[in-house]
Design a protein around this ligand. Structure first.
Ligand SMILES: *Cc1c(COP(=O)(O)O)cnc(C)c1O
Length: 495
């Protein structure tokens, strides 16, 4: 059966999956949501025999119902290939009683690759299906990892251009180097004086600028989004939860139907929302454990029912989670409001105006699947060191936030169900923070020397993504104020 997509802010006018992917954001500022969540139609036994690509097909066909089998299989084959340094794409590693689902084996060594290696293909197929003649301009705000993964995915993809805005002083040195050395005639990278929320709001304003959109269309361009609000990113992220459950079953770690907990280091709420969708599809997940760093707006939300962004923005060692407006939470709000766009819209307007909204008791009652907590900077560092000393396994700062929160969860609840922790970045992407957490003596070493040292410690080879940027030339040096983003876009397009 076909699945159409509604906006979280207006009733009616549902669109096909390919249209939702092309648009990114709905014209009313809302996010696209499937009108219902489909159920998995394969048994666990069948799923347990599948490759990553085959699992991806079984999940994605249920959501992207206007894609043909050939189209989907082609997109999947182009995405999950030797760009990944593991044939199983997303391996599970057991350490200290939990399973770390390593989502960082793609081209840019962060979990964003899981969705952004396929999004460009989904998007070009969507453009063809909808007879789009314009060049597609991908506009992206990044807290560090999305930018590089999107650049890498879209570089030199015909019919597209990609513009990335990042907070000039809010990403790690390796993240910045990865972005500003990006090759490709159609790529453009700009650092802004501001934080991630400024970048994201700026991008949202450009998307919503009707005059600009009309002006662009006359000149043969149209915007689309590679941010995690695009359902073309959300849907591929559901896949690895299904895949990891099936692999745990296959290895005899769990029984068919046994409930597991999932722990997700969270920023924009995309990854954990995918886990929530997996659960709604029938995957036996019990608690969705939402882990925050010191920007603990989500922890407070789950605790009090009030979402309050009026607070200081903290720069942490897990910069991809330094976010105060978790965009994808809007989808959850819409669902717990009974798929009611009016109610959701009202709350989102309050967020925009006063920076705060409070959900009703009735809505809160539907959040019992979720558990929120956070880790301080010191706790995060201590967890990296502790896990390394105990097991020899080295995790990155984001994963460490999740690992830390999982320890708190177990202590608080006594719940020892099998747990999958989403491991969202390679420790090589945050080498300095990781190595200094292990031993303060590393503080004096150069970044790339630290990578070599990490390799000695962990027994894991330095990934290609790091080797490549050791000597790469800086190709982008644009910087602007947060008020100048529109001007930068027009300059780049030459209009
Ligand atoms: C993006 C990112 C996150 C946060 O994921 P969301 O889907 O935005 O919640 C966590 N860790 C890393 C390494 C990331 O790149």
């Amino acid at each position: 059966m076909d699945i159409l997509y509604n906006s979280t802010r207006t009733k009616g006018n549902p669109v096909k999956a390919s249209e939702a992917i092309l648009k990114g954001l709905s014209e009313d500022g809302g996010l696209f949501v499937p009108e219902r969540i489909p159920a998995l139609d394969k048994t666990l036994r069948e799923l347990s025999e599948m490759t990553y690509g085959q699992t991806a097909y079984e999940v994605m066909k249920l959501y992207l119902t206007d894609f043909t089998r050939e189209e989907l299989e082609d997109c999947i084959a182009k995405a999950y290939d030797e760009k990944f340094d593991r044939e199983d794409i997303a391996p599970l590693v057991e350490a200290d009683g939990a399973y770390y689902l390593e989502l960082f084996h793609g081209a840019t060594i962060a979990f964003k690759d899981m969705a952004l290696s396929i999004l460009p293909h989904l998007l070009t197929v969507s453009a063809r299906k909808n007879h789009v003649k314009n060049e597609i301009v991908i506009l992206t705000a990044t807290s560090g990892d999305t930018g590089k993964a999107a650049l890498s995915g879209f570089a030199d993809v015909e019919g597209t251009r990609i513009i990335v805005f990042y907070p000039k002083n809010g990403v790690s040195p390796i993240q910045e180097k990865q972005m500003v050395t990006q090759k490709g005639q159609n790529t453009y990278v700009v650092g802004i004086h501001g934080n991630f929320d400024d970048a994201q709001s700026g991008v949202k304003n450009i998307f919503g600028d009707k005059e600009l959109n009309a002006y662009m269309a006359e000149r043969g361009f149209q915007f689309s989004s590679a941010n995690s609000i695009n359902i073309g990113r959300l849907v591929p992220q559901i896949v690895y939860y299904v895949y990891s459950y099936a692999k745990l079953f296959k290895k005899g770690n769990i029984k068919d139907g046994e409930k597991i907990n999932v722990v997700v280091p969270t920023g924009n709420f995309g990854n954990i929302l995918a886990a929530y969708y997996a659960k709604q599809m029938g995957l036996p997940i019990d608690r969705l454990i939402c882990a925050s760093n010191e920007n603990k707006v989500l922890y407070d939300f789950f605790k009090t029912g009030a979402y309050d962004r009026n607070r200081e923005f903290v720069l942490t060692s897990s910069p991809s989670m330094d976010i105060l407006i978790s965009s994808n939470l809007e989808r959850l709000i819409y669902h717990i409001a009974g798929n009611d766009p009016e109610k959701n819209k009202e709350l989102m307007e309050r967020l925009k105006e006063g920076g705060i909204y409070t959900i009703t008791e009735e809505m809160r009652a539907q959040l019992s699947d979720f558990y929120g907590n956070y880790a301080t900077e010191a706790q995060t560092a201590k967890r990296i060191q502790g896990l390394y000393r105990e097991t020899g396994y080295v995790i990155d700062t984001h994963t460490a936030v999740a690992s830390c929160v999982y320890e708190k969860y177990k202590e608080e609840t006594g719940d020892k169900k099998t747990a999958v922790i989403a491991s969202t970045a390679s420790p090589y992407k945050f080498t300095r923070s990781v190595m200094e957490a292990i031993d303060s003596k590393y503080a004096r070493m150069e970044d790339f020397d630290l990578a070599d040292r990490l390799s000695e410690l962990s027994g894991v080879k330095v990934p290609k993504a790091i080797e490549e940027i050791r000597t790469a030339k800086v190709l982008h040096d644009h910087i602007c104020e947060k008020t100048e983003m529109k001007k930068m876009v027009m300059n780049f397009l030459g209009i």
